[in-house]
Design a protein around this ligand. Structure first.
Ligand SMILES: Cc1cc2nc3c(=O)[nH]c(=O)nc-3n(C[C@H](O)[C@H](O)[C@H](O)COP(=O)(O)O)c2cc1C
Length: 197
C-alpha cells in the first residue's frame, strides 16, 4: 500500500487535450520556482526559461516542428505514447493535418533551456522539467513533454524570432494547461533490477 504523499507522482500523466484557458503570470511563476528547486550539478543552476503563450508564435513553432519531425517520425513514434501497431499511421496522419498542433492546443509552452552547455546541463534541465510537471500536477494542471519540438526550437528561424542567444540551447519543452478531462491511465513495467547485493 503506497503512501498518499506519492500520489502526485503516480497520478501525473501526459495530457494531450486542454481547455482554452491561459495560465496567469503568478501560476507560471509558481511552476518556474518549483522547477528551479531541482538538484543541479555543482550548483550551477544552468537553466533559463522561455514562456510562450502567443498563439501565433506557438503555431509557427509547431509548424516548424511538424516539418522537421515528419522526416524522422518512424524512428521516434514511441515519444507520442501511441500503440506500436497503429503508431505509424496515427502520427503520420497527425503531422499531415494542418490543424494539428505539436503542442495539442495548450495555451502555454515552457521551454527549459541550458545556458552554455556542459556535461550535466541536460540532466539539470530535465530534472527541473520533472519538478515543474509534478508541481503542475499538484496544482491540478496538465503537462506533456514535447520532445518532437526540440529541433524546431533550436532552429535558426526560432532562435531569431524569440531572441535566443547563441550559447543557449532548448532542452526540455513542456506544455502546460488546464486538462480537458482525464488522461488515459498509462502503466509501467515493474522495475527490472540488474544488480542488488
Ligand atoms: C523526453 C520526452 C519527450 C516526449 N515527447 C513527446 C512528444 O513530442 N509528444 C507527445 O505527445 N508526448 C511526448 N512525450 C510523452 C510520452 O509519450 C509519455 O511520457 C509516455 O507515453 C508515458 O505516458 P505518461 O507520461 O502519461 O506516463 C515525451 C516524453 C519524454 C520523456
Amino acid at each position: 500500500m503506497r503512501s498518499a504523499e506519492l500520489d502526485v507522482i503516480y497520478t501525473r500523466r501526459s495530457v494531450r487535450s486542454y481547455k482554452p484557458q491561459t495560465l496567469d503570470e503568478s501560476t507560471i511563476r509558481e511552476l518556474l520556482d518549483a522547477a528551479v528547486q531541482a538538484p543541479t550539478a555543482v550548483h550551477a543552476e544552468p537553466w533559463v526559461f522561455l514562456v510562450i503563450q502567443d498563439a501565433g508564435t506557438l503555431k509557427r513553432c509547431s509548424d516548424r516542428g511538424k516539418a522537421s519531425w515528419a522526416k524522422q517520425a518512424d524512428q521516434h513514434r514511441d515519444l507520442h505514447g501511441v500503440g506500436e501497431a497503429t503508431a505509424r499511421n496515427h502520427f503520420a496522419h497527425q503531422l499531415a493535418n494542418p490543424d494539428f498542433s505539436l503542442f495539442y492546443d495548450a495555451g502555454t509552452l515552457i521551454v527549459i533551456c541550458g545556458k552554455a552547455m556542459g556535461p550535466f546541463v541536460v540532466a539539470d534541465c530535465w530534472l527541473a522539467a520533472e519538478n515543474l510537471m509534478l508541481a503542475a500536477n499538484a496544482m491540478g494542471l496538465g503537462t506533456c513533454c514535447i520532445g518532437s519540438a526540440i529541433p524546431a526550437l533550436n532552429a535558426p528561424e526560432t532562435r531569431a524570432e524569440l531572441g535566443i542567444p547563441a550559447d543557449v540551447t532548448a532542452v526540455a519543452p513542456i506544455i502546460v494547461g488546464v486538462p480537458n478531462g482525464d488522461a488515459a491511465p498509462v502503466g509501467r513495467r515493474p522495475p527490472e533490477i540488474l544488480y542488488w547485493k
